[in-house]
Design a protein around this ligand. Structure first.
Ligand code: AMP
Length: 281
């Protein structure tokens, strides 16, 4: 089936209210990670809507908003290829024709703060980032009106914040977190990986290796895993953070929790590489 492209909010009026709608918000420059979210949505819904919108409000001054790769034609081909596997399902790409579609005259940001969850880790590296994410995701939910929305665990803190927002605001949809899709050498797929030169790309393997080591040790000896984290941080100043947390609240209080997550952000030149891994005690 042909993939339809919506460029305005009004076009959503044509969607039958009775259909089940799955939603995958993205900033485009799609890779297999994004497409895995679309595939899950295709399996679970009659209509799958993937948005492609590079949201200016989640970038700080000096970040890569202007240079963020915009590859709509290639993205569309990847979407069509996956959609072709599900001929009875409908796929809509929401590619707003301009920022005003998302932020029209008179639009007011919602007054919602997820609390401490948004203040550290990515929140402290990228001040206001999560506020931008919350606003755009809430606005997209209002336009698309999905029953289910799919997010990658790659952005673990973002997923935790969105789940909390949906719960706190009582929004009528289910948030589904999907596993990280990785390159063959373990590097988490990301649109920003293409900023790396050959040496940096090679060097980036250590992020996955480090996470694997910490999890492998942590499942039997949490104290030794914590020592390894401290050793890594001490040896290499490029870890923006490397930390073991409780997965729901991202608290440092780990006692009594069977499931934990190692969260990492590594500075590779000008690029910040994000990754994480869950382990069980
Ligand atoms: P982005 O366009 O990079 O903001 O990502 C859009 C969605 O795709 C978010 O929910 C991300 O968490 C998810 N995503 C990005 N990279 C991956 C990956 N390697 N594996 C799974 N999901 C991903």
């Amino acid at each position: 089936m042909k993939v339809n492209i919506f460029r305005t909010e009004k076009e959503f009026e044509s969607i039958a209210q009775s259909s089940s709608i799955g939603f995958v918000p993205t900033m485009g420059n799609l890779h297999a990670g994004h497409i895995s979210l679309l595939e899950r949505s295709l399996k679970e819904n009659e209509i799958s809507i993937m948005s492609i919108f590079v949201n200016p409000t989640q970038f700080a001054a000096g970040e890569d908003f202007n240079t963020y790769p915009r590859t709509f034609e290639a993205d569309l081909r990847k979407i069509q290829l996956m959609a072709d596997n599900y001929p009875s399902k409908e796929v809509i790409v929401f590619f707003p024709e301009n920022e005003k579609v998302i932020y029209p005259e008179g639009w007011k940001p919602i007054d919602y703060r997820p609390g401490s969850l948004a203040l550290e880790l990515e929140g402290s590296l990228r001040p206001n980032h999560f506020d931008g994410v919350i606003q755009v995701v809430k606005r997209l939910f209002d336009i698309v009106k999905p029953q289910k929305a799919y997010f990658g665990q790659k952005d673990f803190q973002q997923l935790a914040i969105i789940k909390k927002m949906v719960k706190d605001l009582g929004l009528p949809l289910q948030i589904i977190g999907m596993p990280i899709v990785r390159e063959e050498d373990g590097l988490a797929m990301s649109s920003r990986n293409q900023y790396l030169d050959a040496t940096q790309r090679q060097d980036a393997q250590k992020i996955y290796r480090t996470l694997c080591n910490i999890c492998e040790i942590g499942k039997n000896h949490l104290d030794q895993a914590q020592s390894l984290v401290a050793e890594c941080l001490g040896k290499d100043p490029n870890w923006n953070y490397l930390t073991i947390r409780e997965p729901k609240t991202l608290s440092l209080k780990l006692e009594g929790h069977k499931e934990l997550v190692v969260l990492a952000n590594y500075k590779m030149g000008k690029t910040k590489l994000l990754d994480n891994m869950i382990f069980h005690i």
